[in-house]
Design a protein around this ligand. Structure first.
Ligand code: NDP
Length: 299
């Protein structure tokens, strides 16, 4: 048996197309959604992420506002900018690119952002709303994973789901979302005993750990759906000296033989994250203006 490959690129393109359609309808009403991205310092990887987010934002017809601050910016100056963006009606989503230099607190930065504009869904307000089953801004990666799972499996009610990883960014919101779908959810982490046994009973396994190929095929229940969030860079001598390649948290070659469906790495979950950032920005814009939420772009 060989699992169906879940094409994250194609699925993300579908989300972006839906976002673009909603944006066009909003623009026709004189309302253009806007996303502000704040970059502190000159970390090369962060510069690339911010540039890509800006391009993706403009591609779907939204306004993109980039704010670059020096690495030694004071917390007060950064908060003053966030306050300004919070008060700006043209800005519907605010994202501060992490990591920030060590003199700044990520927790405090997130807390400063208006929860209604927290399109990364990282604030304690949004985490609390999600946990209590209320309307929240949901962290982009788990939101994308849930959309993909719904698309693949339809009704998730009653399925056994195991989420490996309990971070605030991925694991916990993923588990909350699956609970919201009436799955029976287990959250595994580094202290979990008999992880193989835990994984073996799952119809859905979401791995968000960051350990290359740690979940082998013989842990997988035949036919299970596997969502691989992990992104791990490993040496790839077959590509030449010093070359590397990306792998996920599942051992793809053995898992693909047993699973019913699996997201590859790269090309699985990765593309969903920016697509859901755009989706969250449109959702935030609609909520801010008392309009109906875009269908299929939120939970
Ligand atoms: P964190 O490091 O914050 O969390 C990792 C989690 O894995 C922790 O809860 C940890 O448990 C758990 N863990 C570590 N070792 C084991 C183990 N041996 N067995 C079981 N659980 C273990 O990572 P993130 O959640 O931020 O990210 C996870 C992965 O997803 C990374 O590879 C990251 O790069 C990737 N990622 C990908 C995104 C995408 O767009 N595709 C977006 C975000 C992340 P404990 O809490 O006990 O320490």
């Amino acid at each position: 048996m060989s699992a169906t490959l879940l094409d994250g690129k194609a699925f993300a393109a579908g989300i972006r197309a839906k976002v673009a359609t909603h944006v066009a309808a909003l623009v026709a009403q004189g309302l253009q959604p806007g996303l502000a991205v704040v970059l502190v310092g000159e970390d090369p990887a962060s510069q690339v992420y911010v540039r890509n987010k800006g391009i993706a934002t403009k591609e779907v017809g939204m306004n993109s506002y980039e704010h670059k601050l020096p690495a030694d910016v004071s917390a007060e100056a950064l908060y003053a900018l966030i306050d300004k963006l919070n008060a700006d009606p043209a800005v519907h989503g605010i994202l501060v690119q992490f990591p920030v230099p060590p003199h700044l607190s990520e927790v405090e930065i997130v807390a400063r952002i208006d929860p209604a504009k927290d399109v990364d869904g990282l604030s304690v307000i949004n985490a609390g709303l999600l946990a209590s089953g209320q309307r929240a801004m949901v962290s982009c990666t788990p939101l994308g994973c849930l959309m993909l799972l719904r698309d693949t499996l339809g009704d998730l009610s009653g399925l056994d789901a195991v989420v490996i990883g309990r971070s605030n960014l991925v694991g916990k919101p993923m588990a909350q979302l699956l609970l919201g779908e009436s799955c029976t959810v287990t959250i595994a982490h580094s202290r979990t005993r008999n992880l193989a046994e835990v994984v073996r009973r799952a119809d859905i396994v979401v791995a968000a750990v960051g350990r290359p190929r740690m979940v082998p095929g013989d842990w997988i229940k035949p036919g299970a759906t596997l969502i691989d969030v992990g992104i791990n860079r490993i040496p790839a001598p077959e590509k030449g000296e010093g070359k590397t390649r990306l792998v996920g948290d599942f051992d793809f070659d053995s898992a693909v033989q047993v699973a019913g469906a699996i997201t590859p790495v790269p090309g699985g979950v990765g593309p969903l994250t920016i697509a859901c950032l755009l989706a969250n920005t449109v959702t935030a814009c609609c909520r801010a203006n008392g309009l109906a939420e875009p269908e299929g772009l939120t939970v």
